[in-house]
Design a protein around this ligand. Structure first.
Ligand code: NIG
Ligand code: FE
Length: 421
């Protein structure tokens, strides 16, 4: 038997390495989200796809240098790869004509009520075949990793029929196999009532609960079930039934809650012990207190408020109360056409008064926890997957500060080095 010494990859001379301090916890709550560890003049050692050692360049143990690929990280800041915990990035066509209508005064709700919005994308997604959807999604993923995202959640929800929802989940499965980015699929059959069920919506809820959830669970197409709990979409009662059915079939609940109106989706999230509740622009004070005492992760999507001209969610209040807060793009063709996590960090700082440290924690370890993968990704720690983003900047605080520019110079994804300098 021969023993082959492992080949290490060492990134040396890193100007600054910054990572949330997890102390073995899956997420950071409240003000602890500010706990950031920084190492100036750092080195990181990667063994295959796993982080093996992190420390000061000067302290790099000799044992690694003998058999290593050395990469020069001078001038670069190393951060955990971003985890975009909420996207709808598989869709048939873009909706720039609706954007123009909104610029002329139409609201998102008015456009949706006239058959636009989500149902507009449902039409184009039903028409598209898997290969077109796959190709477009692969292109988006290439751009996303270029912006520092190394894990992305992708929801179904533009099919809204048995076949088309499965088609979307199949496409997500295909790109998961083909792309370097980690992909986490979520079933969102309850995204909107499709037009053919407009007059008998209870039959669509029945279809979701009796057919779709059992099927996607049996085929292991996803581990999560989401619902858009909102006036004109799914009522509180329907949302409860859909999420509880998901739980019966082993799917962890997620929810789009209190986005356009204070319907009570946040309280429902605590009731069903959802892994995350996202949007929360109209969350009640009572629900904020409930979040503080629960492990439901509050997903902030400031890009949507910015893009639709709506109020921002009370991230400051949530954090100060002790809630667990995550941050994502919600990349989709209607309410946020951006996959830049750093841009969301800037919005979270300037519009929601989160600190740069809090936004970094929200977009890494807490986002990973909302996908139940915080043991593998979300921080730069020994034993975790080597998902590290390298940015041309003086320090980590510079990232939300200098917006509208892509500072990413290189990405280490599961040990593979992608360079963009
Ligand atoms: O998360 N809120 C519901 N769904 C999406 C919007 C999707 C669309 O407009 O196509 C969201 O914002
Ligand atoms: Fe969404």
């Amino acid at each position: 038997m021969t023993h082959k010494n492992p080949t290490y990859t060492i990134v040396q001379n890193i100007r600054q390495l910054a990572t949330p301090v997890t102390n073995g916890k899956p997420f950071l709550r409240g003000r602890k989200m500010r706990n950031m560890e920084t190492v100036d003049n750092a080195a990181v050692v990667i063994n295959s796809d796993t982080i093996e050692w992190i420390g000061k360049d000067a302290d790099l143990p000799d044992q690694y240098s003998g058999n290593a690929n050395i990469i020069d990280g001078s001038g670069l800041v190393a951060l955990p790869g971003f985890v975009d915990m909420h996207t709808h990035m598989v869709f048939g066509a873009t909706r720039e004509e609706e954007f123009a209508m909104r610029c002329s005064g139409a609201t998102y709700q008015e456009i949706a009520a006239k058959g636009g919005g989500i149902n507009n994308t449902v039409r184009s997604t039903r028409e598209a075949d898997k290969s077109k959807l796959r190709k477009q999604t692969m292109r988006f993923l290439d751009r996303m990793i270029r912006h520092g995202t190394t894990t992305v959640e992708i929801k179904s929800g533009y099919g809204l029929s048995e076949n088309d929802e499965v088609k979307m989940l199949d496409v997500i499965k295909m790109v998961k196999e083909d792309h370097l980015i980690n992909i986490v699929p979520t079933f969102l059959g309850a995204h909107a009532i499709p037009p053919e069920y407009k007059e008998h919506r209870e039959e669509y809820v029945e279809l979701v609960c009796k057919k779709m959830i059992p099927y996607v669970a049996r085929k292991k197409l996803t581990g999560f079930c989401d619902v858009f709990c909102e006036n004109g979409f799914f009522t509180l009662e329907e949302s409860r039934r859909i999420l509880q059915t998901g739980i019966e079939y082993g799917l962890s609940p997620k929810i789009h809650a209190d986005e356009l109106s204070p319907l009570g989706g946040s309280e429902l999230a605590v009731e069903v012990n959802a892994v995350s509740a996202d949007h929360l622009e109209h969350i009640s004070d009572k629900a904020i207190e409930m979040f503080a005492k629960s492990d439901v992760i509050a997903g902030m999507l400031p890009g949507v408020s910015f893009y639709l001209g709506h109020d921002y969610a009370p991230a400051r209040k949530l954090i100060d109360s002790g809630a667990v807060v995550a941050l994502a793009t919600d990349f989709n063709p209607g309410s946020c056409v951006s996959y830049s996590v750093p841009l969301m960090m800037t919005m979270a700082c300037t519009q929601m008064k989160m600190t740069p440290e809090e936004t970094l924690t929200a977009a890494t370890i807490n986002a990973a926890a909302s996908l139940n993968i915080a043991d593998k990704v979300g921080s730069i720690e020994k034993g975790k997957q080597a998902d590290i983003v390298f940015l041309q900047m003086p320090n980590y605080m510079y990232l939300p500060y200098h917006f509208g520019e892509n500072h990413v110079a290189a990405v280490m994804k599961s040990g593979t080095w992608l360079e963009y300098r």
